[in-house]
Design a protein around this ligand. Structure first.
Ligand SMILES: NC(=O)c1ccc[n+]([C@@H]2O[C@H](COP(=O)([O-])OP(=O)(O)OC[C@H]3O[C@@H](n4cnc5c(N)ncnc54)[C@H](O)[C@@H]3O)[C@@H](O)[C@H]2O)c1
Length: 374
């Protein structure tokens, strides 16, 4: 099925072929699946919101395709459906959250709420999080803070995927860093959300399955040799972005997210898919600041506009039509998804249908992806 708005491949449904799914119905379906696993209505809704928002922003690798992964962790007893999340205020501007092995999707949302509440009085706030889990798309928590008028910096560590510089074993995570700043009324926020890997590991697998070569510099095989074979790369290690600099950053994420907060670290975080023998104990760190901390808000927005205009209206490289701010493409996709729904591939739909059927939830969509009107 082609995208209702039309023009060429833009997502998994156009390349693998299914349909487009209404955001609200999809959210309610995913929330019901999480409720069936024991999450409260509020937590299930928060978890569903983050996953559906990822699909809407075009980040389908961290969207509803992952519902099964989170459910498996609950089913295995290594993620807590009803965590007793506790907040310890360690200073006026800093708090430590113990996530009690709840889903990262739920615990990280709590961290954003705490940061927003703390910053009101202090102008800056730092929230450390331990005993969390895989939190999906880092942009979600930063965007929540930006929507509250704040600047936000989000760090996390994650399960081993990247080698240290010069190594060949996965020690550090793909651990995304996200940063957001408001740009003024009616403008999309400046919103970076970037993993430490040069490319998502799943993309190596897709290339391997299709038999397509991958560019040099993306991965090492299991012997630590550079490879252009997608499957060898998938079975080896993906490399950090930016060479030694990205390798240093991925190490930093383990220190900031894990060592600093008292969470797991040093290559010991359980893989969210295969590591069903123990909780993950992922650590996050969220720093927020009021944008008018150093100057009146009008001056801040004027300066934001200046930097945006200077970059976006600068001469373009050959073949480039538009210079985008980080997060702008995702914001455009999210606007489109509100109108047209999100694309889901066959395997994702099949997984969701199985999860729904297991929980006794009737499938709310027609087979072509349109919402069933009963
Ligand atoms: N929770 C975890 O453990 C985990 C681990 C890895 C990745 N993730 C998530 O996976 C997602 C994908 O991460 P990624 O690194 O592959 O993202 P990406 O490479 O698609 O994008 C990285 C950044 O580059 C910006 N960007 C991309 N194209 C641009 C352009 N043409 N002009 C200007 N800016 C542009 C994006 O807005 C984004 O901020 C993220 O949401 C991340 O949080 C989560």
């Amino acid at each position: 099925m082609r995208h209702p708005a039309g023009d060429g491949p833009r997502g998994p449904a156009d390349t693998i072929g299914v349909g487009y799914y209404d955001l609200v119905t999809l959210h309610d379906l995913v929330a019901s699946i999480f409720c069936s696993r024991g999450l409260s209505d509020e937590d299930a809704s928060a978890a569903a919101e983050t996953l559906v928002r990822a699909d809407a922003r075009g980040v389908w690798s961290h969207g509803v395709a992952r519902v099964g992964m989170y459910c498996s962790r609950i089913d295995a007893g290594v993620a807590n459906a009803k965590p007793n999340i506790t907040v310890t205020h360690v200073s006026k501007a800093a708090a430590l959250i113990d996530g009690d092995d709840g889903l990262g999707l739920v615990v990280a949302k709590r961290a954003a709420q705490e940061a927003i509440s703390l910053v009101e009085e202090t102008g800056i706030a730092l929230v450390g999080v331990k005993r969390s889990g895989h939190f999906g798309m880092a942009a979600q928590y930063v965007e929540t803070c930006v929507d509250a008028g704040l600047m936000a910096w989000m760090y996390t560590n994650s399960s081993p995927a990247l080698p240290p510089w010069g190594g060949r074993s996965a020690i550090f995570g793909t651990s995304p860093f996200a940063f957001g700043a408001p740009t003024g009324v009616g403008q999309p926020p400046f919103l970076i959300d970037m993993a430490m890997s040069v490319v998502a590991r799943g993309k190596l697998k897709f290339a391997g399955q299709r038999g397509d070569p991958i560019p040099e510099g993306l991965a090492l095989d299991s012997e630590g040799r550079p490879t252009t074979d997608g499957m060898e790369a998938f079975n080896g290690v993906v490399l950090p972005f930016g060479g030694v600099k990205g390798a240093a950053m991925s190490w930093m994420m383990d220190i900031v997210g894990g060592v600093f907060t008292g969470a797991e670290h040093a290559g010991r975080i359980a893989n969210p898919f295969k590591g069903l023998d123990r909780p993950q104990n992922v650590g996050h760190l969220l720093f927020v600041a009021k944008p008018d901390l150093f100057q009146p808000i009008e001056d801040f927005f004027t300066a934001m506009q200046e930097t945006t205009t200077a970059a976006k209206e600068s001469p373009r490289a050959a073949g480039v039509e538009t210079i985008y701010t980080p997060g702008e493409i995702e914001a455009l996709k999210a606007d489109e998804a509100r109108q047209c729904g999100v694309a889901l591939s066959t395997d994702v739909v099949t997984d969701l249908q199985t999860l729904a059927a297991d929980a006794g939830i009737s499938w709310p969509f027609a087979t072509d992806g349109t919402r069933l009107v009963i």
